[in-house]
Design a protein around this ligand. Structure first.
Ligand SMILES: Nc1ncnc2c1ncn2[C@@H]1O[C@H](COP(=O)(O)OP(=O)(O)OP(=O)(O)O)[C@@H](O)[C@H]1O
Length: 355
């Protein structure tokens, strides 16, 4: 997987930028506020239709502009064609909320089709919330990871989100508790089926990610995390078990069971890292999850994703940099932000883009 060129217009810090990429490692340089994080976020957007900083599309539009455009051309291995193929993608979002996506010239009016095209694994300062933050952050991690390799998972998530929206609307309408019970029964059946499908896919993906974590720890860079593991053991649900809490759902006007409340636990020994990890440890665990996610993608698709590393300086002890560079050599393409490539030492043979 290789992003050959990237163009952005009116995207946060970047007024207009076009880069053609030829080297395996691109060091994105520039002073504070120059737009380094923004550039990596643009690549993440092309892979997911979303900002990796948790920003809304409207927040991504540069102040004073009426739209943003993010586009790129990437190369990927196509097992059907038996070789490398190249795709052009371009996403536009306007202040009126209009979305326009072009993939190889075909126009779509939503960004969901970006998922499963260009694949990325990313780390930035927000990644520590994977360890320290709310369950929703971990769900986003696992959702994008699986969906980028498995279209049926993405379809199950979309179907789940649609049925939950309809059920929530019905629960809100129900007011005094009088709701269309048979329609709620139908929704509960669908929610239970989709939840169990999603649980099963998350279970096998998280088992693979956990295995990749163990191998990466054995490689050395993550040695201090030798007893870190993932615990994920959701109980399958049934329409009956959801029906059993219907009174509570009616009272709260919300769905109170299903995979939208799911979470996985990061453990060190038997302790939950969310409560016990220092900030430095949390960042290292998040970096480990980034690399383990990349290994998962390679295992499923046969190709490493594009690796996006933002704000790593200061988070990794200098003696470990050599091991990090060794790990980067696995990837076909890496983007790494830095104030100054020289500060990263001679171990990094990178081409730099200065903003
Ligand atoms: N919607 C927006 N319109 C214009 N400028 C924006 C917008 N959102 C953020 N910025 C500006 O972008 C800059 C931050 O960009 P970014 O985070 O990409 O910089 P950076 O080079 O990664 O900085 P640092 O080295 O400090 O991490 C800030 O100056 C901020 O004011």
């Amino acid at each position: 997987m290789y992003l050959e060129s990237l163009w952005v217009q009116g995207f946060r810090a970047l007024a207009e930028q076009r880069i053609d990429i030829t080297a395996p490692i691109t060091a994105v340089e520039g002073s504070n506020g120059a737009g380094k994080t923004t550039l990596l976020d643009a690549v993440h957007f092309l892979a997911s239709g979303k900002s990796c900083l948790g920003l809304t599309n409207a927040e991504l539009i540069r102040d004073g502009e009426s739209y943003f455009v993010v586009g790129g051309r990437y190369r990927t291995h196509d097992p059907v064609a038996g070789g490398s193929v190249s795709h052009a993608v371009q996403a536009m979002f306007t202040t009126e909320g209009r979305k326009e996506l072009r993939i190889d010239g075909t126009v779509y009016h939503g960004f969901i089709r970006l998922i499963g095209g260009l694949r990325v694994a990313q780390f930035n300062f927000n990644s520590l919330f994977l360890v320290k933050g709310m369950p929703s952050v971990r769900r986003q991690y696992i959702n994008l990871l699986i969906a980028s390799c498995d279209r049926t998972y993405l379809e199950a998530l979309s179907a789940y989100s649609a049925v939950m929206t309809r059920k929530n609307a019905l629960l809100r309408q129900s007011g005094s508790g009088v709701a269309d019970a048979s329609l709620l029964d139908l929704f509960d059946e669908r929610i239970a089926t989709l939840t169990n499908t999603i649980y099963a896919k998350r279970r096998s993906a998280l088992a693979a990610v956990g295995l990749a974590m163990t191998r990466l720890i054995a490689d050395g860079l993550f040695e201090p995390l030798s007893d870190v593991s993932i615990l994920y053991d959701p109980r399958p649900i049934s329409a009956e078990s959801i029906r059993a809490i219907r009174d509570r759902e009616l009272a709260r006007h919300a769905c109170l069971a299903g995979c939208h409340l799911d979470d996985f636990v990061l453990l060190r020994g038997k302790k939950q890292l969310r409560d016990s990890a220092s900030l430095g440890e949390a960042k290292l665990v998040a970096l480990l999850l980034t690399f383990a996610g990349a290994e998962y993608i390679r295992m499923v698709t046969g190709e490493y994703p594009v690796l996006l590393l933002d704000d790593l300086e200061g988070d990794i002890d200098m003696p470990n940099l050599d091991r990090l560079f060794h790990l980067l050599a696995r990837f076909e393409q890496v983007f790494i932000t830095t104030f100054d490539v020289a500060r990263l030492g001679g171990g990094l043979n990178a081409t730099s883009v200065r903003l």
